[in-house]
Design a protein around this ligand. Structure first.
Ligand code: B12
Length: 292
């Protein structure tokens, strides 16, 4: 929904899956009027009007009386719908809404919700509190069979694209990156790595990401060629002690600070490596290695 797009009553009704009569009633009874009327008197809603209607729909759906919901929606300080939704909903309800949009394969809605969140709070301020609970819910619903794998893929793909866009728009500078990051050998989970890259970029720190399933030998090559100050490796799946990656990381820990993240490392010990328990602590551990 690009800003400034002007919607008719019918467009709003079908976008929100509401009867057109409800859209008109909310205007008549509660003052939720569109910003524009055409010279012929037809109602035209802009993006902010539609988001206000969406918020009204959500609040009413949660059992708030319509008159009270409308007062909330129309309050001046709530005119920024993104901030309003976040303030009113909190992380739990937000996660439910994203997963619901995933269930009906509504990629636009997922994208809009992710951008709203990150525009309001940044990746560093959203990951642990909003995005991790949402991903966990996604994983749980998939594991118990109540959510199709296509929905899980769609949500994670839209999230990945949003995070990468954020990195592209933020990444600065002239200095060559001295942080190298990847997912463990054979591990397809890369979202936390890209989230960390985006959170670093928000602090003006550039890091190279080598993506999913980086072979252990390739990680050794990366370190030999780039001489980084720090290396971050994510594992969602359990890592066996003594395998190739374990041996490579043990050797590399003499050359660079190794930071490990993810539940896959729970039972693995690598001398001198740090285990980061969340994005904030990984950010702090890596930023501390960079002499800016
Ligand atoms: C998205 C996703 C995928 C996507 C990944 C896309 C991508 N590019 O990353 C795809 C579809 C590819 C995928 C594939 C698979 N997945 Co998957 N996936 C997920 C999901 C929903 C989110 C992953 C994620 O980003 N997690 C990040 C956070 C949410 O993980 P967390 O463990 O809760 O985080 C903890 C800490 O690590 C820390 N933390 C959180 N974020 C950060 C960030 C940083 C920087 C740090 C340091 C710490 C930190 O905070 C938490 C506190 O404990 C998870 C659900 C889940 N709970 O993780 C399943 C999940 C990880 N997947 C699972 C499975 C089984 C698979 C597959 C094997 C499925 C299959 N049969 O093919 C394959 C994996 C194949 C492989 N070899 O890797 C299981 C793993 C169970 C297990 N431990 O054995 C999970 C847990 C789902 C479930 N509930 O069963 N998956």
């Amino acid at each position: 929904m690009p800003p400034g797009v002007v919607w008719s009553v019918g467009d709003v009704a079908s976008a929100l899956d509401l009867p057109a009569s409800t859209v008109r009633t909310w205007e008549r009874r509660y003052g939720l009027a569109p910003s524009v009327r055409t010279p012929g008197g037809h109602r035209r809603y802009d993006t902010a009007d539609v988001e206000r209607m969406r918020l009204m729909q959500r609040l009413v759906g949660q059992g708030v009386a319509p008159a009270e919901a409308a007062r909330t929606v129309l309050r001046d300080d709530l005119l920024q719908p993104a901030a309003a939704v976040l303030r009113l909903e909190g992380p739990e309800q937000w996660a439910v809404d994203v997963v619901r949009a995933g269930r009906v394969l509504d990629a636009r809605r997922i994208r809009a919700m992710l951008h709203e969140l990150v525009d309001a709070r940044g990746v560093g301020g959203s990951w642990d509190e909003y995005l991790v609970p949402m991903l966990r819910r996604l994983g749980e619903d998939w594991a118990c069979g109540s959510l199709g794998v296509e929905s899980e893929h769609l949500v994670s793909d839209v999230l990945l694209t949003m995070l990468r866009t954020r990195v592209e728009t933020l990444v600065p500078g002239d200095a060559p990156p001295s942080i190298m990051m990847a997912s463990a050998e054979d591990d397809q989970h890369s979202l936390p790595v890209v989230a960390l890259q985006a959170a670093l970029a928000e602090r003006g720190i550039e890091a190279h990401v080598f993506g999913q399933r980086l072979p252990a030998a390739a990680l050794a090559t990366v370190v030999a060629r780039t001489q980084p100050q720090a290396v971050f490796v994510w594992a969602s799946m359990p890592r066996p002690t003594g395998d190739r990656l374990h041996r490579v990381l043990t050797a590399l820990s003499a050359q660079a600070r190794i930071v490990l993240g993810g539940p896959g490392w729970e039972h693995t010990t690598i001398p001198q490596a740090r285990h980061a328990r969340d994005l904030s602590s990984a950010l702090a551990a890596l930023a501390a290695e960079i002499a800016y």
